[in-house]
Design a protein around this ligand. Structure first.
Ligand SMILES: Cc1ncc(COP(=O)(O)O)c(C=O)c1O
Length: 534
């Protein structure tokens, strides 16, 4: 006989209940795996226990089975009584911990650091199951552009839901994917200066994936295959910037230079040619000399290795995951010119920087460049559904256009070009057009920057910087748990921040009103002071 318990939760005051049952069950032949965490929730100390009981009675011993069965039922009955008394938040957390393996998380950290249950979103706010709210200052991992549950996206999406849910894109096509491809092609960056242009016309061909990393995979594979089809199969390697982040699937991780993500999988990964990023994190925003030095290093690398390099991949203007490292558009322009000169394709990973985040629709516009590949995801659907796209030129497209399947780009995902995701993206583009969002964001950005001066001059704050709708700064604090403590202190002030180490950043949706800006700045300062004093 084997029984498995569901999650149970008891308060600290009933600790004796746990202790007595734990020992009585333990004396019997039960094996109990359990999990205990304590946390402060509105000042209450709670004892949170998930019990999983595997019962292994002696063979053919029915009396033992009966005793165990009886004890089990009594135990579960008492647990359920306790459970009835636990809060809705805690009940969801218990169920989540029992079965959900969260992304990018050492699950054991939740022994001491409760995750945040969220029931609904509205505008810039996220609400838990008991009505507590948090201002989403990081747009839910940089995806949400126009607030949660925005009817201007939800409305068209629900119409699409009743029109066409999904059809495979191989051998089929549909209105949302066609319209989206046309509109993105028309919006994509173009360069007036021929040196800063991709070789083969505008970015007129859209290939679809789901998350950001799948766009990176598409761009890397396409660049590699392009050279193969062009009779230069030795061009196989990629150049990436030091501190780069392009996603966590194996190909994307190969061009990612963050040890925390990369090291465990290093034996599985290709090794990129890393070139220095234009400016160390300690000298933000990046200086003119940094740009010159970094371009010199890139040129030297290209002179040495261009014959084996398929493409260079960059996060234009802001290296996000390595700590919102901002650099000058001159670097991007210089890198484009050098790639063109040395016959190397340029992949602009605008998965984070695209869709208005840096103050222009695409960061590449600020450098006046056109890449050979433009990768988009995250905000493209306004934060509603997973979708990514890689835009490329006629020249690349034509290299695959042939009678032979071996020369085709045989890459697909089941949900490629999903109509619902494309519809959400179209609704997002409609909001950009109707509200002139790029222009309107200039005033929003200036207002938040002005309000945040109190943070910029804080004695423990360094490198306060802003580009478009991104703000970041470093905090002088030796405590290795600084980020986690600030996260918790911010939550207590109805604010969702998620520092990267000692770098604190804001990447809010493009809808904050004055009161929300004040809430963000005042809450951050207050949380910061509390953490620094503690
Ligand atoms: C620049 C960049 N590229 C790629 C990715 C990967 O996107 P996803 O997490 O959707 O796979 C990210 C995610 O943060 C990113 O910032």
């Amino acid at each position: 006989m084997s029984l498995q318990g569901t999650a149970a939760m008891v308060t600290a005051t009933s600790g004796s209940f746990i202790a007595s049952h734990w020992s009585s069950i333990n004396r019997a032949t039960f094996n109990i795996d359990w999990y205990l965490l304590e946390h402060d929730h509105k000042g209450d100390k709670k004892c949170f226990a998930v019990f999983s009981l595997h019962v292994h009675p002696r063979k053919n011993d029915t009396s033992v089975k009966n005793v165990i069965g009886h004890r089990w039922r009594t135990f579960m009955c008492m647990c359920n009584q306790q459970r009835a008394r636990m809060s809705a938040n805690d009940a969801l957390l218990a169920r989540s911990l029992a079965h959900v393996w969260n992304p990018c998380t050492q699950m054991k950290q939740h022994d001491t650091w409760p995750m945040v249950p969220i029931a609904r979103g509205e505008g810039a706010w996220l609400y838990d199951l008991e009505g507590r709210r948090y201002l989403d200052a990081i747009s839910s991992w940089w995806v949400n552009l126009f607030g949660h549950c925005n009817p201007r996206i939800g409305g068209p999406l629900s119409e699409q839901l009743h029109t066409l849910d999904h059809v495979m894109l191989a051998g089929f096509t549909h209105p949302p994917v066609v319209e989206l491809s046309e509109r993105l092609s028309a919006l994509a960056p173009r360069a007036s200066d021929a040196r800063l242009r991709a070789g083969g016309g505008p970015l007129g061909h859209a290939s679809y994936g789901s998350d950001g990393a799948s766009a990176t995979e598409i761009a890397l594979k396409m660049a590699f295959h392009y050279w193969r089809n062009r009779g230069q199969p030795s061009k196989q390697r990629f150049i990436a910037l030091a501190g780069s982040y392009h996603g966590e699937t194996l190909g994307a991780l190969s061009v990612t230079d963050l040890a925390v993500f990369r090291d465990a999988y290093a034996p599985l990964l290709k090794v990129p040619l890393l070139v220095p990023a234009p400016g160390p994190a300690s000298a933000m925003p990046c200086c003119a000399d940094c740009t010159i030095d970094a371009l010199a290093a890139l040129e030297a690398a290209l002179e040495r290795c261009a014959g084996s390099i398929a493409a260079m991949i960059v996060e234009p203007l802001v290296q996000g995951a390595s700590g919102m490292r901002m650099y000058h558009p001159d670097y991007l322009a210089g890198a484009r010119a050098l790639c063109t000169k040395h016959g190397v394709l340029l992949i602009a990973d605008e998965i984070m920087t695209g869709m208005g985040r840096t103050g222009t629709m695409f960061a590449c516009e600020q450098a006046g460049i056109q890449p050979d590949f433009l990768c988009l995801s995250k905000g493209i659907t306004g934060g509603y559904l997973p979708l990514s796209v890689v835009l490329t030129t006629d020249e690349v497209y034509d290299a695959f256009y042939d009678d032979s399947s071996a020369r085709a780009f045989l890459h697909s995902h089941s949900y490629t070009g999903n109509p619902l995701a494309c519809r959400a993206a179209l609704a997002t583009l409609d909001i950009f057009a109707q509200d002139d969002t790029i222009v309107a964001n200039r005033a929003r950005s200036a207002a938040l920057t002005a309000r945040a001066q109190q943070i910029a001059v804080h004695p423990h704050v360094r490198n306060f910087r802003n580009l478009g709708m991104i703000w970041a700064f470093e905090v002088d604090c030796a405590d290795p748990a600084f980020g986690r403590r600030l996260f918790t202190a911010a939550l207590e002030r109805e604010l969702l921040l998620r520092p990267i180490g000692n770098t604190v950043y804001f990447m809010p949706p493009y809808i904050l009103d004055d009161a929300q800006v004040a809430h963000l700045v005042d809450g951050t300062l207050d949380a910061l002071n509390t953490v620094l004093e503690g």
